[in-house]
Design a protein around this ligand. Structure first.
Ligand code: DGL
Length: 261
């Protein structure tokens, strides 16, 4: 039984990569809803509807756990189970990691409009520690830059710098990459905020949570020697195929194909 992972596009592959590196014996079935990307500029109702469709689809494929590798979708789905399948979002683990990491108690959050407007990170971080000040910034141009593969491009550096100005001015010591596409722009983000700001990548934080649940038996462990990676998407373009391979490198994709939800 695979672990189901989904996002609107390639962003969730940063989470999948971290998971597949941590758990090489597990099988993964990834859905990128590329036909309906981006999610971050859509209404809460639409994001919820799309997420439910994908969760139902993955449940019908027999997955043993569901990981919402998309912050915009995570901000609209608060359940911890779906059709009795353990369900994980990326906001909880990201918030816990940020609250642990900050010393100055000033945390920045970068995300899509949907994620920032939902206030989910602010609530989740302050649930850990109400004294932490949270400075949020929506960065709607980051997702198209990442999907386009403009990684560490001079134009990307300029755009990143412009968006993160208010966060730099707030003097945060920790910055949550609150969209799974953003780790792809990490080099530009570090250039803008400097080496002293600690970046929180939700992919890494969610792996720790899965580890705990594999250990406790909430998720049964795979007995395979080597797991398979299936990447399915709702629209398959050559750009998606190229970006998927680059993002997952050095991991190999066993199956890349289109699916109908
Ligand atoms: N990668 C997604 C996220 O974490 C969504 C990007 C989008 O489709 O806008 O929010």
């Amino acid at each position: 039984m695979p672990i189901g992972v989904f996002d609107s596009g390639i962003g969730g592959l940063t989470v999948l990569k971290s998971l597949a590196m941590h758990f090489p014996q597990e099988n993964f079935l990834y859905i990128g809803d590329t036909a309906r990307l981006p999610y971050g500029s859509k209404s809460p109702e639409t994001i919820r509807k799309y997420s439910e469709q994908i969760m139902n689809f993955l449940a019908a494929q027999g997955v043993k756990a569901l990981i919402i590798a998309c912050n915009s979708a995570s901000s609209q789905v608060s359940e911890h189970e779906w059709n009795s399948i353990p369900l994980y979002n990326v906001i909880g683990p990201g918030a816990i990691a940020a609250a642990k990491a900050t010393v100055s108690q000033k945390v920045g959050v970068l995300g899509t409009r949907a994620t920032i407007q939902s206030g989910s990170y602010q609530r989740a971080i302050q649930l850990q520690n109400p004294k932490i000040q949270v400075f949020s910034q929506a960065c709607p141009l980051f997702v198209p830059l990442a999907e386009e593969g403009w990684i560490d491009d001079p134009l990307t550096n300029l755009i990143v710098y412009r968006y993160v100005q208010p966060i730099i001015a707030a003097d945060v010591d920790t910055l949550v990459l609150g969209c799974t596409h953003y780790p792809l722009l990490k080099q530009s983000i570090v250039k803008a905020v400097g080496q002293n700001v600690q970046l929180i990548d939700c992919g890494q934080s969610v792996s720790a949570m899965i580890e705990a649940d594999l250990r406790s038996g909430r998720i049964p462990r795979s007995t395979a020697k080597k797991g398979k990676i299936q990447v399915w998407c709702t629209d398959l373009s050559s750009q998606f195929a190229r970006m998927a391979e680059t993002t997952l490198d050095p991991l190999q994709i066993d199956e890349l194909c289109i699916c109908n939800l």
